[in-house]
Design a protein. Structure first.
Ligand code: DNO
Ligand code: MN
Length: 358
């Protein structure tokens, strides 16, 4: 297992590489160029600049996240071919700089969705990302996105780039005629277009689950259960077509048995990377994010790490969203302290599991 950390680059992250380097056991990053719009080529110069900084700090960057898939690809528009060609160029460019895994998602319009980005946790006064479907009430998707952008403390969150807001209504309208099967067919077209390039360059694609793990606003969503992922894997049979098992995203639906899902795809060698975090159920379609420790949420983090150990011990993992603690402010969900505590806790579980299985 390689422990990594998400870093948005020196221009848009308030956390520094030297802080990340000081987290015990941190080997590298799951990097992201968050200023890139979906569909744009990530140029060699841009990648090199990011990698040079990371390597100078003594960290690796073998995983890149959120090379976002253009909506025209998901909607199956004729313009998709150009965006697929751009995606292939990005894959090649990333491979030249040592990238081995690309984490992406195939969620229409939205990346993750929350109704509150800083819900105070009464037990300890910290705050975390929160979702309650009832709070959506009369809110339209546009209201929700505006609300999210306004409450992000000036940071952009993945998938919420302001330039996408302008086209949001048209895009939502277009999705009304797209069924989950249509979306899967468009997904297959995308995989058929990019997987040969991945195989040639030795890059693995890892699909992040829908978050929350159920359909929202009537949009088709096809990546929120083991069954969904089985279908995605079947769309293109290649070791380069894998999943990024995000325990908190999939775990937002208590019907998903996370350790069992890890074992299922781990045994098939189809886990390209993992996000490991905990979640606390508060009711039907209602949850908040918790500290990583098992006892503070509803996921069994020991069983999760044990499943990784037993079926995909060489995978890349990172702590995912954490709480905001110790008066830290910054990008919601991506503070330094709670994610560092999370990494340390997961490393502790890992050491215990390894030593007790010798
Ligand atoms: C949520 C996050 C996501 C993820 C992207 C990948 O749990 O991990 O923002 O990075 O969906 O495309
Ligand atoms: Mn995640």
């Amino acid at each position: 297992m390689k422990m990594t950390f998400r870093w948005y680059g020196s221009d848009s992250d308030n956390i520094t590489l030297s802080q990340i380097k000081q987290i015990p056991g941190m080997t590298g990053l799951m990097g992201v160029l968050d200023y890139k719009a979906a569909g744009e080529v990530w140029t060699e110069e841009e990648i090199k600049a990011y990698m040079d900084e990371v390597h100078a700090a003594g960290l690796e960057c073998e995983v890149i996240e959120s090379v976002n898939v253009h909506e025209d690809i998901k909607m199956g528009l004729p313009t998709r071919d150009q965006y697929i060609a751009n995606y292939c160029t990005t894959i090649r460019n990333l491979a030249k700089y040592g990238v081995k895994v690309i984490v992406y998602n195939f969620m229409p319009v939205f990346d993750w969705l929350r109704t509150d980005l800083a819900r105070v946790i009464p037990e300890d006064g910290s705050n975390s990302l929160y979702f309650d479907e009832k709070e959506l009430g009369e809110m339209t998707p546009v209201d929700l996105v505006r609300n999210t952008i306004d409450n992000c403390n000036g940071f952009t969150l993945p998938g919420w780039e302001p330039e996408r807001l302008a086209e949001l209504e048209t895009t939502l309208e277009r999705y009304k005629t797209i069924t989950p099967d249509d979306l899967r067919a468009n997904y297959k077209y995308f995989l058929d277009g990019i997987i040969p390039t991945c195989e040639e360059c030795g890059v693995v694609m890892a699909c992040h689950p829908d978050d929350p793990a159920w359909p929202i606003f009537g949009l088709p969503r096809i990546a929120h259960s083991q069954e969904d992922y089985d279908k995605i894997i079947a769309l293109r049979d290649s070791p380069c077509n894998t999943v990024c098992l995000c325990t908190g995203s999939l775990g937002s639906n208590p019907d998903n048995d996370i350790p069992a899902i890890i074992r299922h795809f781990g045994e098939m060698n189809r886990i390209g990377a993992m996000h490991v975090r905990n979640v606390k159920y508060l009711g039907y379609h209602k949850f908040r994010e918790a500290a990583h420790l098992s006892s503070t949420g509803d996921l069994d983090m020991y069983a999760i790490m044990k499943a990784i150990h037993d079926t995909c011990p060489n995978t890349y993992i990172r702590p995912d969203h954490g709480r905001m603690i110790w008066n830290e402010s910054g990008r919601p969900g991506y503070g330094l302290y709670d994610r560092a505590l999370g990494a340390t806790y997961l490393n502790g579980l890992w050491e215990a599991i390894c030593k007790s299985s010798d």
